[in-house]
Ligand binder design. Structure first.
Ligand SMILES: Nc1ncnc2c1ncn2[C@@H]1O[C@H](COP(=O)(O)OP(=O)(O)OP(=O)(O)O)[C@@H](O)[C@H]1O
Length: 986
């Protein structure tokens, strides 16, 4: 189990490199480990316990019992913050969420959720304010919100420069009632008094550091802040005589969403499926055509028609119901609003930029966002956070490429550190990294490579880059998710990366990849007109030019935003200027940590199937690919029983697993896809190991009395007994090393005799027909088919202690092996048999062995005998029967890149599947004795391929092959499967 936590050090202020104020750590421990096992490790990351060596850890305000608290169980889950010595400062108490709250619902520093205590709460730009707002248009102390003892709330202006309004009416120095739901505007910020929040969804800890959120119908994505609008919500009372005389505020929970009669702040009736494209989204619900106008315009654009005219100017609107404060609470609850949009819904990937200005990513493709750095960062955080809050990780994957060397790594890490906590950045499709982040060029190449591979496999095919815009739109129009958001921060540098990120922006939508391009540029002002700002953004982030819509931060302090659609390479206004929503780093951290442990419940519809486009793994373990990580006799018996059923009528199947592909195990089956397989590859490419894996997987797939293996090391001599480790498999009935002419001739003769015997037994029938007939006659003698494990009276009564029902006693089969099991002949170094070296001791008899193999190649298909041969010199073996008659082929690459075992399986019909061969002579990985460890998280390295523990070749444990052979042996005894004899008994 692995969980990521943050440890806060002492607050005494002496922070150094070895004793930082806080440290993000990765804790690895077996399930069920007590916190005590890692407590001193956690403390050491922030400089250790101050005195006496006793570690004291808090989560929130609770002091943790180190012995009783278990890693992976709440509160010790992904994203947790633990403090050394004292309570975690500045947390929203979970139990306080039921109280009245002041939400900062829109503006440049949105998302704040402030619990109202009694007395005066000052809102302002100053750090001394109780509700500090990073909003340049807000005065240092701007207004005061007061809760009076009976619970009602009032607001008064504190002589601010720009004034305070409540639902559009000015507020003076005299307090006026602040009813729940009413919108309080200060500067560019909007605040709202909210009653108790929505009820939390139930979550189930998985005890591995995660909490699964129960699935719920998508219809739960209800818009609107609170149900039950009260049309009689009072407006401001200009000359209220004083607090005690205030009229009653409708303060009951669930009241008044702010649909007051003033008209300035209509109820945000925009449902999740309202509008598309960029939209001013007034959403007044009055049926006016304003919203429709822009949505229709954007839809036309999607269909590739030229828009007739620029879309209408926007109007100011109420904040989105999915405002930053609401979504923070949705994450912290979690509430029903969390992950409420699903791919394919019209509102999927709909982004709010501020004051009702919306962009639909599926409609525009890629979105560019430009502005001065600090404001740009806040707006970008909000765009990414809202998508993460509204879409479950199964429906939306988030990838970050922040590799612009124009900015220092520390700055980029600070900007994006929060993102690493989101479950959306975990590689769920086999990507070769720990998180989908790229802070340097190598990581950027890896991330973009993963995405372009998805395009290669998508509807546009491998020549996707040549597709034109209308082809991309058509593919995008029918794409239904899941989606990828690629956040591209600045210029990734290097020509190829620039090129590929631009192409991902323009063509990615065909497979659900939408790029958010962030570009540093001056705010659009009269001094820097739109066209200039746009060009500056394209210069600082080249993919900006490939965006279908751009949002430019504008105004003197860059707290406003203007949205444009790109038409003919130029920005066309898509809306007016609205105030931009943005969130702080602290908000984003809090939000992302709340999401960190959450997962959708298993089987939830939020995790749709996606064909993975991952790269092949650098190494693979055959037992893992076989699904036999822990090979036990019971698991093998179950497998054999299932295979016996599947192979009915053809005399049993011969399933092979070669290794790992991009989508899971790769293999083939000799009866239907074969009959024969040829493996070709240069020296050291892993041919021998692959033959061993073939032997191991065939053994795992069929009982030893149904399938026998013959091993033949064709090179003889010293280098020629590579298949010897396989002789432990109970299925192996002979192993020949081609060095002794006498034994070689005997082997060739025996093989020839076996073919003859089969031919006589079958008469004119094929192997499959003969078995099918026998099954029918067997059933006529004994209608009840024995259950698996019961066949041929095979349970040992002493072992089970029960008397066996001898259902099989009436059967006519003689005990012992079937007279006609399948046989697979595995030949290594076929080329050495075909063209033996002059000094080879087996040379005189090589010809007779090759002739026997030729006979198998010719007649084997009908007789149930298969060949799997490996050749290092295809030129020498090309004309032989084993090569010509092999319908299945494996071509292994040279072993240098990336290592041995990389190859391609080619089927008879021309289909090819790349794979990494499964290792079977490696030593078993030791995970059972894992010691708990605490290591600092290096966010900038999370995009690297995970360090793989080298296979311990020198370990003294058994190899995987030995482990499997021993389990197979025990399983074969339990089912009394007498192995095939070779040569067969006369
Ligand atoms: N799938 C694999 N994964 C990891 N290592 C492998 C794999 N296959 C082979 N190797 C390693 O590569 C080396 C060469 O493997 P192997 O002997 O199977 O190759 P070969 O093609 O038969 O070579 P040769 O030409 O020497 O006969 C060995 O050290 C082996 O352990």
């Amino acid at each position: 189990m692995q969980i990521r936590l943050t440890v806060l050090g002492s607050r005494s202020g002496h922070h150094t490199a070895t004793a930082p104020a806080s440290c993000d750590v990765l804790v690895t421990a077996p399930v069920g480990t007590a916190l005590a096992a890692v407590a001193s490790g956690l403390a050491a990351t922030v400089g250790g316990p101050d005195t006496g060596g006793t570690v004291v850890l808090y989560a929130g305000s609770e002091r943790l019992d180190l012995q009783r608290r278990v890693l992976g169980e709440p509160p010790l889950v992904d994203g947790a913050v633990l403090a050394l010595h004292g309570p975690v400062p500045d947390v929203l108490p979970e139990d306080g969420l039921g109280a009245a709250q002041l939400h900062v619902v829109a503006g440049p520093d949105a998302g704040g959720v402030h619990l109202l205590h009694s007395g005066q709460i000052r809102v302002g730009r100053s750090a001394d304010a109780d509700v500090p707002l990073d909003d340049p248009d807000v005065s240092r102390l701007h207004c005061a919100v007061t809760v009076i003892p009976d619970g009602r709330v009032a607001v008064a202006d504190l002589n601010s420069t720009n004034g305070t309004t409540l639902d559009g009416s000015p507020v003076g120095a005299q307090p006026v009632p602040l009813p729940p739901g009413a919108l309080l505007r200060v500067g560019e910020s909007t605040l709202r008094l909210a009653a108790a929040g929505a009820p939390a969804l139930s979550v189930t800890p998985d005890l591995q550091g995660h909490l699964s959120v129960s699935a719920r119908p998508a219809a739960a994505a209800l818009p609107g802040p609170l149900p039950g609008a009260d049309p009689a919500a009072p407006g401001p009372v200009p000359d209220a005589p004083g607090l005690p005389g205030l009229p009653d505020a409708p303060g009951a929970p669930g009241a008044a969403p702010g649909a007051g009669p003033q008209g300035e702040a209509p109820s945000p009736g925009t449902g999740p499926d309202s509008g598309s494209g960029t939209s001013p989204g007034s959403g007044s619900g009055s049926g006016s055509g304003r919203r429709k106008g822009l949505g229709a315009w954007a839809r036309k654009w999607v269909r590739g028609e030229e828009p007739a005219e620029a879309p209408p100017e926007p109007v100011l609107a109420a904040p989105d119901p999915d405002d930053p404060a609401a979504l923070l609470l949705a994450a912290m609850g979690p509430t029903e609003r969390l992950w409420s949009r699903t791919p394919g819904q019209p509102a999927a990937l709909d982004v709010g930029l501020g004051a009702g200005s919306r962009v639909s990513l599926p409609a525009v493709g890629a979105l560019g966002l430009a502005g001065p750095r600090t404001r740009l960062a806040g707006a970008a955080r909000w765009v990414v956070a809202q998508l993460a809050a509204l879409h479950a990780p199964g429906g939306l994957e988030i990838v970050l490429v922040s590799a612009d060397r124009a900015r220092g790594l520390a700055d980029r890490r600070r900007d994006w550190g929060w993102l690493g906590w989101l479950p959306h950045v975990r590689p769920a499709h086999g990507q070769d990294c720990r998180l989908l982040l790229a802070y340097d060029r190598d990581q950027a190449v890896a991330r973009t490579g993963e995405l372009t591979r998805r395009l290669d496999e998508g509807p546009l095919g491998t020549h996707w880059a040549a597709a034109d815009a209308s082809q991309v739109r058509r593919a995008a129009a029918v794409y239904e998710g899941p989606y990828t958001l690629l956040v591209l921060d600045g210029d990734p540098g290097a020509g190829p990366l620039r090129d590929v990120t631009g192409r991902l922006a323009s063509h990615g939508p065909a497979v659900g990849i939408h790029v958010l391009v962030l570009a540093e540029a001056p705010a659009a002002t009269p001094a820097s007109p739109v066209a200039e700002t746009y060009e500056a953004a394209c210069a600082s982030s080249p993919a900006f030019r490939d965006c279908g819509a751009v949002a430019l931060l504008s105004g003197d302090v860059a707290t406003a935003v203007r949205t444009f659609t790109i038409s003919g390479g130029r920005p066309v206004p898509a809306g007016g200027t609205t105030s931009a929503d943005a969130v702080s780093v602290a908000w984003a951290e809090r939000f992302a940590r709340a999401l960190a442990p959450l997962r959708t419940a298993e089987g939830g519809s939020a995790e749709p199937y996606r064909p993975t486009a991952a790269a092949l793994p650098a190494t693979a373990r055959l037992l893992d690919e076989l699904g036999l990580a822990r090979a036990t006799p019971a698991s093998l018996m179950a497998r054999w029983a299932a295979a016996t059923d599947q192979g009915q009528g053809v005399g049993g199947l011969a399933e092979i697993v070669l290794g790992s592909g991009r989508r899971g195990p790769v293999g083939t089956e000799l009866v239907h896809d074969g009959p024969h397989l040829l493996i070709e590859g240069p020296a050291g490419s892993g041919r021998t190991e692959l033959l061993r894996s073939v032997a191991a997987s065939l053994s795992a797939a069929a009982r030893p009395d149904r399938l026998g293996l013959l091993l033949l090391d064709g090179a003889g001599g010293e280098r020629g007994d590579g298949l010897r480790p396989c002789t432990e498999l109970p299925h192996v009935c002979a192993h020949l090393v081609a060095s002794d002419p006498l034994r070689m001739r005997e082997f060739a003769q025996a093989l020839g005799a076996e073919l003859k015997r089969r031919s006589e037994l079958l008469e004119e029938l094929s192997f499959a027909e003969w078995h099918a007939q026998r099954e029918v006659s067997d059933r006529m003698v004994s209608p009840r088919r024995p259950a698996p494990g019961e066949q041929r009276g095979d349970l040992d009564p002493q072992r089970t202690g029960t008397l066996r029902l001898r259902a099989a006693t009436t059967r006519t089969d003689p005990p012992g092996p079937s007279p006609l099991p399948r046989l697979v002949v595995l030949v290594d170094d076929l080329d050495a048999l075909v063209a033996p070296g002059l000094g080879s001791t087996g040379r005189p008899a090589a010809g007779s062995v090759v002739r026997a193999l030729e006979a198998v190649a010719r007649e084997g298909a009908r007789l149930g005998v298969h060949l799997v041969a490996a050749s290092a010199h295809p030129d020498r073996t090309a004309e032989t029967g084993p090569a010509r008659l092999a319908t299945l082929r494996v071509e292994l690459d040279a072993p240098d890149q990336p290592g041995p075992g990389r190859g391609m399986l080619r089927f008879g019909d021309g289909r090819t599947v790349p794979f990494q061969a499964g290792r079977v002579t490696g030593r078993i990985p030791r995970t059972a004795t894992q010691r708990p460890t605490v290591v600092p998280v290096e966010w900038e390295r999370m995009g690297d391929p995970p360090a793989r523990r080298p296979v311990r070749e020198l370990g003294n444990g058994p190899t995987d092959l030995a482990l499997l052979a021993s389990a197979l042996d025990r399983a074969s005894r339990l089912v009394s499967a007498t192995p095939v004899l070779f040569p067969p008994a006369p």
